[in-house]
Ligand binder design. Structure first.
Ligand code: B1M
Length: 639
């Protein structure tokens, strides 16, 4: 007779089990609702695992709900450098004697300075009750350790001299007291799968990383080298630890950890970690929560044992059937119920249809655990979680019978994009177009200067040279043929060129294509996609005011009043925070500002339908279409 723990472990190992394990993963949902006082009535005052037990679900825990307690705060002090001492870690960090640590707290902000013999580096994180109410479990880094190239040396010194020692007692106590036989206690390794990936995840701003990876690659790789011994030591401790499963590597996504980068900087480390752990009878679990279409084979062949947080369509492009078909021969899948399916926006009938499909998609059901991916969202309909439990109990006995799986939904990817637009333009623009395509932000200034000196009008250089080239790059990205760095570097080259053109454009009366005000809504810190949109908009000559992340409705309204943009752009990546977009539009209305600008919304969970529902003027699924719609709306505004 299986316990939840033995059944989960067997499924993780790829052994046959009697029935599908159901592990909803409540951390985020619980944190939000316990903090806001909105837990289901029968569970008010109960702890997260008590709720799971009362419902008969397996328990699971990833990040802690103790981050605001004075006693536990020190465990999260070094979140800014990617290190924790939480109950799921099996080591303690030892800082070198010659590094002095100074901590400053100001409300939800905590700044940690590391004074090394080679200079000082600092990181600031933000976490407060409001973040908890949104279900955010990982404090947000608001100041990154590496801000300028000068920060690499002290950061390298710090990591090179850090040490760790085993601490199994904390993990064992947590396992015995909180997890018991109702789940598998998973030990936390690094959130970055490799030193370079850790630099990308935690040490540098997500967008700046791509520039540093190109401009200061030698320094960045040297830092990664200096971090390696620490990674090795932690891995060695993991191998000796009592944990059966180790969580190492997170947020793989074919835009952010794009395929060639994944192959070079991430896959070898996953291979190494999984091989090393396997030699000690342990399993490697990675958090594969992003868009994985371009990474399917790389992840399958990486050696990881468990892909946790599988987010299939409609959250990403691939169906669960496709995931299962391609991965389950090599690794175990954990997740598979998109969080949108347990939300109000999905009807009961569609929810049931998704579950029908799930049982077919994962037949015969080995190497699969049912979970809400990524985590149960704060605003989930609780009865749906119960219903999944009921259905798994009734229909989850293995082997599952295969039915006719629904065909894979057509991906958004189009046909390869011909470079026709660029080819068609006159050859005198070839150099600047090449500069944009190759991201040459220094050479392009000279080439633009040459064209101006030859008497070519600035608006023509902009249109036929620069915009023609960035259009091609944008379309290549939309078609999956170009990756984020290429687009960011191309847009940086564009901006450099536009700065040379600006005085001439002003003289010709074609200075601007319109003003766009943009920001990520309150409670949401995701900015990679928004930054890409900003860069593309700037690249094609829009005057862009970027308000950053976590922007409140008052700030949006004040900024609209002050800057009087043609278009206000709102970005949100969380199903909870996207609701704020409606409130912002209402607030604009209340302040008499709604008619002054057009509103465009975007971000992974946002759709055309949603945009229409909340009264936005437009929606763009990606940066290329954001530019198209901005052009259209600005033209309409000024007509
Ligand atoms: Co987060 N995260 N995350 N995360 N994260 C998602 C969004 C999530 C979908 C993962 C998942 O479930 N698979 C999930 C949300 C689930 C839900 O709401 N139902 C999630 C979660 C849960 C969380 C936390 C709550 C986790 C936690 O605390 N336990 C937490 C929240 C933090 C917060 O916001 N307060 C969190 C944290 C983080 C990191 C810090 C680790 C990191 C963000 C780093 C950063 O942005 N600086 C992160 C990441 C990287 C992701 C995923 C993996 C990737 C997002 C991304 O950058 N994609 C994401 C998974 C996913 O989206 N499937 C996920 C690449 C980017 C280029 O695409 O942002 O979609 P995207 O932008 C596109 C379009 O959407 C569009 O154009 C862009 C370019 O083509 N677009 C616009 C975007 N904005 C637009 C605006 C426009 C027009 C178009 O007009 C104005």
């Amino acid at each position: 007779m299986h316990t939840h723990r033995s059944r989960m472990l067997a499924a993780f190992r790829g052994e046959s089990v009697d029935t599908l394990p159901y592990v909803p993963r409540l951390d985020l949902w619980y944190l939000a609702n316990a903090t806001s006082g909105t837990l289901p009535r029968q569970y008010v005052g109960r702890r997260m695992n008590e709720i799971a037990r009362a419902e008969g679900w397996a328990v699971y825990f990833r990040f802690a709900d103790d981050q605001l307690s004075e006693e536990d705060r020190p465990k999260y002090l070094h979140r800014g450098i990617g290190l924790y001492a939480s109950r799921d870690t099996v080591y303690d960090i030892i800082f070198p004697r010659d590094v002095e640590i100074r901590v400053r707290r100001d409300g939800g902000r905590q700044r940690v300075e590391y004074h090394t013999p080679l200079g000082m580096v600092s990181a600031t994180v933000h976490y407060d009750v409001e973040a908890q109410k949104l279900g955010i479990t990982i404090p947000t880094i608001v100041e990154h350790l590496i801000k300028t190239p000068a920060d690499y040396a002290p950061a390298g010194y710090l990591f090179e001299h850090l040490d760790v020692k085993p601490n199994f007692e904390r993990f064992l106590r947590w396992s015995a007291e909180e997890i018991r036989d109702d789940g598998v206690p998973v030990a936390l390794g690094f959130l970055g799968a490799s030193p370079v990936n850790e630099i990308q995840r935690d040490l540098i701003d997500s967008t700046q990383f791509f520039f540093h990876y190109k401009d200061y690659q030698d320094k960045l790789l040297r830092l990664a080298e200096q971090m390696e011994p620490l990674f090795e030591k932690i891995l060695a401790i993991m191998c000796r630890s009592p944990a059966d499963v180790v969580w190492w590597g997170a947020n793989f996504d074919d835009m952010i950890t794009y395929p060639p980068y994944f192959a070079k900087e991430i896959q070898p480390w996953i291979r190494k970690v999984s091989d090393t752990l396997a030699r000690h009878g342990k399993l490697l679990m990675c958090h594969t929560d992003g868009e994985n279409e371009g990474l399917m084979d790389l992840i399958r062949d990486s050696g990881m044992h468990i892909a946790e947080s599988i987010c299939p369509a409609p959250m990403t492009k691939l169906s669960l059937a496709e995931y299962y078909r391609r991965w389950s021969p090599n690794l175990t899948l954990f997740g598979g119920v998109p969080s949108t399916v347990v939300l109000d926006e999905t009807s009961d009938a569609d929810f049931e249809a998704y579950m029908d499909e799930l049982f077919r998609a994962v037949a015969p059901g080995t190497r699969y655990l049912v979970g809400i991916a990524d985590q149960v969202p704060p605003n989930a309909i609780f009865s749906r979680l119960q219903r999944i439990g009921e259905r798994v109990t009734k229909e989850g006995a293995l082997p599952l019978k295969a039915g006719t799986a629904r065909p894979l939904t057509a991906t958004a990817l189009g046909q390869p994009v011909a470079a026709a637009a660029a080819d068609a333009v006159d050859d005198i623009y070839a150099d600047v177009r090449q500069d944009v395509a190759k991201g040459r932000h220094i050479a392009i200034k000279d080439h633009v200067g040459d064209l101006l000196a030859r008497g070519i009008p600035a608006p023509q250089i902009l249109d036929k040279g620069l915009i023609a080239a960035i259009d091609v790059v944008g379309k290549r990205m939309a078609a999956g043929q170009a990756y984020i760095p290429e687009v960011l570097l191309a847009a940086r080259a564009m901006s450099a060129a536009v700065s040379v053109l600006e005085p001439h454009l002003a003289a010709s009366g074609d200075q601007q294509r319109g003003k766009i005000l943009i920001g990520t809504v309150t409670g949401d810190m995701h900015d990679i996609g928004k930054n890409l949109v900003v860069t593309m908009l700037k690249g094609v000559g829009f005057d862009v005011v970027d308000l950053g992340v976590n922007v409140s409705r008052e700030q949006f309204c004040d900024a609209v009043a002050e800057h009087q943009p043609d278009v206000l752009g709102l970005s949100a990546l969380l199903t909870t925070t996207m609701m704020e977009m409606r409130e912002i539009i209402k607030a604009l209305d209340a302040r008499g500002l709604r008619s002054k600008c057009k509103v465009v919304v975007g971000g992974a969970p946002v759709s055309e339908h949603f945009a229409h529902q909340i009264g936005a003027d437009g929606f763009a699924p990606d940066a290329v279409q954001a530019v198209t719609i901005a052009k259209r709306l600005v033209a309409a505004q000024s007509a």
